[in-house]
Structures are given as structure tokens and as C-alpha cells.
Design a binder for this molecule. Structure first.
Ligand SMILES: [Zn+2]
Length: 200
């Protein structure tokens, strides 16, 4: 099936470039023409994704097939799909630069022309609680306030990217991580600049 092939390709790519290490993170895709999505199983790494541990669920969260249980962050994926009919893929990773940069303010600065044009903005959402369910109201409010939003970063958690394809969602997550690294480096450079003047 095309959705599963795309999930496998993008999971492997994310693992290979260390956008997500270990067994964290998850990704999903909408099944065209059906009220179904397919999502990575809980507990397996992006590198371990196989057709059988990609879990098919209804938009109400009922499991249709697949070995194991769906990712614990299924509720977040479902909230995005329900609120955004245009979204065909959701990608989530605990990427270090994005998480570090999210601790600095209400948004990760889109410091490059590429990030500005492709993402628009990268808002940071503060955690409302330790469970995905506790954070749903804030996520829904964010999506309601900006119908064109394609990404946000959850403080101390990671990137959520969503687009009209799984591949584009993963591309945008890569761009968030790249942008966060550049923004952090630029902020560090500004912090160090006065010291360099004093040394000279
Ligand atoms: Zn997570």
C-alpha cells in the first residue's frame, strides 16, 4: 500500500539522519478515501518500522489491524487530522536543536529565507501536562487560530509537522531542526560578540 511505503521510507530517512534516535518519535499517514490513518506502533524505532508494525486505526482511535499498539501520541495525530482535512501526513520527532531552541521563547525564529518561505512561523507550545491528552486543548486552539499552520514545537518534547504528504511533513521537520540549529548558533554568536571585543 502506498501509505505504508511512504511511512517506511520517511521513517528510515529520519532515523538515518538522526532527526530521531532510539525508539521515540512517530509518524502517520491518512488512507485516501477512508476515515482511517496508519501510524507507527508504540515502542519500535523508526529504523524498526515494518509493514506489520504500522497500525491502522479509525479517526476515533479504534485499531483495525497491525501488530502491537499504536503510538501513545495517537491522540495528537487524530486531533490534527480531524481539525485539518487537508493534512495527509503527520511527523513527530524529539529533535535536540528544536527542543533546545524552544526553551528560549514563544517561537523558534525563522532566521533563513528558506524557513520563512516554507514554514512561515514555528510557534512553541508550552506543556500543559505530562500526557498527550492534557495538551490537546492547547493544540486545538493553536490549529484553530492559524488554519495554515504546518508545524509547531512542544516545549521539552519535540517537533510536530503536518502537511499534504508524509514526505513534506518530514521535510518540514528537517527544516525546523536545521533552522533551530542556525538560530541557536546565531544567538550564541551574539552572546559571545561583546566578549570578543573585550579580548581584542
Ligand atoms: Zn513525543
Amino acid at each position: 500500500m502506498r501509505v505504508k511505503r511512504s511511512l517506511l521510507t520517511n521513517a528510515k530517512r529520519a532515523y538515518e539522519i538522526r532527526l530521531q534516535t532510539g525508539n521515540g518519535g512517530n509518524l502517520s499517514g491518512r488512507v485516501p478515501g477512508a476515515d482511517l490513518i496508519i501510524i507507527k506502533a508504540s515502542g519500535c524505532s523508526f529504523d524498526q518500522c515494518q509493514p506489520n508494525n504500522l497500525i491502522t486505526v479509525t479517526l476515533d482511535g479504534a485499531q483495525v489491524d497491525g501488530d502491537g499498539s499504536p503510538s501513545q501520541e495517537l491522540v495528537t495525530h487524530l486531533a490534527i487530522y480531524k481539525q485539518r482535512p487537508d493534512v495527509q501526513g503527520v511527523f513527530h520527532s524529539h529533535s535536540p536543536w528544536a527542543i533546545a531552541c524552544a526553551s528560549l521563547g514563544d517561537a523558534i525564529p525563522t532566521v533563513t529565507l528558506h524557513a520563512k518561505s516554507k514554514l512561515g512561523r514555528i510557534p512553541v507550545l508550552r506543556l500543559s501536562g505530562a500526557t498527550p491528552q492534557a495538551n490537546l486543548p492547547a493544540i486545538k486552539a493553536l490549529l484553530t487560530a492559524d488554519r495554515k499552520l504546518c508545524v509547531f514545537v512542544q516545549d521539552r518534547h519535540g517537533i510536530f509537522s503536518f502537511a499534504n504528504s508524509i514526505e513534506l511533513a518530514r521535510h518540514n521537520a528537517e527544516l525546523v531542526e536545521e533552522t533551530a540549529q542556525i538560530a541557536w548558533s546565531m544567538a550564541l554568536n551574539q552572546t559571545m560578540a561583546p566578549n570578543r571585543k573585550r579580548e581584542a
